[in-house]
Each structure stands twice: as structure tokens, then as C-alpha cells.
Design a protein around this ligand. Structure first.
Ligand code: A3P
Length: 301
């Protein structure tokens, strides 16, 4: 019998190295084995992240840019496969003859298939807000079997990286180190919140000049459409329709979408633990300075 105040995970193993990879409960070895067989195609666009850092937002932006403002029709998971869950066969079957395939995943850098012309977008978010978001994420999905999830238990797991997909801290470090590689674009959730227009243009430019140019045509018509259709309010309206796995109405997937919601959840001691961890883990490679311009990531007032 699982404990409703704590998450249930599945502990899977890399078939060659034997390394453990933590998945939400209910997943099986066959899911990991299949996902690892996926081979990147020349036009693929990978959207990568640690959980709850704005993955859905980013892949929706990418979708809107490449589909000239056309919204996703039907379930999001059918159009944008989440590789670790859907597996390689499913991803391969997505038609990429007209538009590039978008592949979402939470794997670390080495586990993501590479092709020299494929594009890799990575998004991160301050870990205080990502942790709070992850708490609600788990509480609302049956997979984790924790409708009464205890916030402190989840906090302790999060800071020990005892959660799915290697946890937050090493994940960010792994991708941050490669941020200057030509086919990697490293993005911040907080930057997207503050300057959606600038960040959307940056994303379009990275995807290809033709996308950038079509956003700018006719007095930025398409750009305005992408901004509008990827806004929090627009995504909140459509999210229930396009989510393949249902959640209770009180725990929506597109939940609050704010920078600084951690202040409503973390006590001063927990906030300090996070800050010390950011400095310890992010100091050597420099990712700890990612939020230097964001006061509400660091301060309580
Ligand atoms: P909150 O739980 O803090 O609201 P992911 O897609 O990686 O699982 O991340 C989910 C988080 O991104 C949730 O954060 C969700 O509300 C937020 N999000 C999704 N779409 C967004 C948007 N258009 N604007 C701002 N935040 C968004």
C-alpha cells in the first residue's frame, strides 16, 4: 500500500550502463528502453528541461512559431511526444514531412540523442518556484499516488535530488555547461515572463531565420499572435482540452505561472537551504548567477 503523503516512483535502469533513472510511478522498464532507442533526425527540435521549469510553455511557443500561429489540435502529447513516456516508435511516427518534429523530454544531456543539425532548447527556472510547482504537479497526477502529499517531505526529497530524472541541481549544471554549443539555446522561465516578445524572437532566430522573418512580417502580425496564444491566460483556457492525462480541477497543470510563488510556501529555513544549495551546486560552473537580476528569487519581500 503506497503512502498518500509521499510520492510513488518507478526506479528504472539504463540498459547498458545500469544507471538508475527515476520515473513517476506506473512506468516500466520498457518505457525507458524504448525512449533510449530514439535517434534524432536532422530537423528535430528537442525541448529539454528538469520538471516544472516551463517545458509546456516553451514547446507551445516553438509549436506556434513553426506552425505559423496554428494551435495544437487535440491532445498535446499526440502532437509533441514526451519521449520518456511515449517511447521511440511513437515519436518516429510523428509526421515531420511538412513541419519539424518537436520532442519533449526531461533527460540529462548525455541521454538525449544528438544530430548535428537538430536543435536543442533547454529551459530552467529558479528551483524555489520549480519545487513548489513540482509539489502540485505530483499531488494532482494519479501516477504518483499521493493525493495528500506532505510539503515538507517533498521539500526534503527535492533538496536531496531524490526525485524523478536526477532532480533539479545536476540537471541544470549538465545543460548549462553546454549552453554555448551552436545547436543549444539555454533559456530562463523568468526571462520569458519579463520579456516574452524578446525571448520569442530569440527562439525564432535560433530555430531559423525564416521563422524570425515570418514573425516580423506585416507589422509583426504573427509575432503578436504567438505572444497572445502562448500567454498564461490563453494556455490556461486550452490546457484542460489538450492534456492527455486528467487532473482534479483544483490542481490544474497550468497553475499559477508566477515568479516568486515560493514565498507563499517556503519557510525562511527552507528558503535558506535552497539558496545555500544554489550557491554550492551552481557556484563552480556559474549557473548560480542566473537569477542575479531577479530580486524575488532571492528575497522574502
Ligand atoms: P506553476 O505550477 O508555478 O504555475 P512544465 O511545463 O515544465 O511542467 O512547467 C509547468 C509550470 O509552467 C507551471 O508553473 C505552469 O503554470 C507554468 N506555465 C505554463 N504555461 C505558462 C505560461 N504561458 N506562462 C507562465 N507560466 C506557464
Amino acid at each position: 500500500m503506497s503512502d498518500p503523503t509521499d510520492v510513488t516512483y518507478a526506479y528504472l535502469k539504463h540498459p547498458i550502463t545500469g544507471e538508475t533513472c527515476v520515473y513517476p510511478g506506473g512506468f516500466e522498464q520498457k518505457h525507458l528502453d524504448s525512449a533510449l532507442q530514439y535517434k534524432a533526425k536532422p530537423t528535430d527540435i528537442f525541448v529539454c528541461s528538469a520538471p516544472k521549469c516551463g517545458t509546456t510553455w516553451l514547446h507551445n511557443i516553438v509549436w506556434l512559431i513553426i506552425h505559423e500561429g496554428e494551435k495544437i489540435n487535440g491532445s498535446m502529447m499526440d502532437s509533441i511526444p514526451m519521449l520518456e513516456f511515449c517511447g521511440s516508435e511513437f515519436a518516429d511516427n510523428i509526421d515531420d514531412s511538412k513541419y519539424p518534429r518537436i520532442v519533449k523530454n526531461h533527460y540529462k544531456y548525455d541521454w538525449v540523442s544528438k544530430h548535428p543539425t537538430a536543435k536543442y532548447l533547454y529551459i530552467t527556472r529558479n528551483p524555489k518556484d520549480a519545487m513548489v510547482s513540482y509539489y502540485y504537479h505530483c499531488k494532482g497526477f494519479d501516477l504518483y499516488q499521493c493525493p495528500d502529499l506532505d510539503f515538507s517531505k517533498m521539500f526534503d526529497r527535492y533538496v536531496k535530488s531524490d526525485i524523478e530524472f536526477w532532480g533539479y541541481f545536476d540537471h541544470v549544471a549538465d545543460w548549462y555547461e553546454r549552453r554555448h554549443e551552436e545547436n543549444i539555446l539555454f533559456l530562463l522561465y523568468e526571462d520569458l515572463k519579463v520579456d516574452p516578445k524578446g525571448e520569442i524572437l530569440k527562439i525564432a532566430k535560433f530555430l531559423g531565420n525564416k521563422y524570425y522573418e515570418s514573425l516580423m512580417k506585416e507589422n509583426e502580425k504573427l509575432l503578436q499572435e504567438v505572444i497572445e496564444k502562448s500567454s498564461f491566460s490563453s494556455m490556461k483556457v486550452v490546457s484542460a482540452e489538450i492534456m492527455a492525462i486528467k487532473r482534479p480541477e483544483s490542481l490544474p497543470f497550468i497553475r499559477k505561472g508566477e515568479v516568486g510563488d515560493w514565498k507563499n510556501h517556503l519557510c525562511p529555513e527552507q528558503s535558506k537551504i535552497m539558496e545555500d544549495l544554489i550557491k554550492e551546486k551552481g557556484g563552480p560552473s556559474g549557473w548560480s548567477s542566473l537569477w542575479d537580476n531577479y530580486d524575488n528569487v532571492w528575497r522574502n519581500n
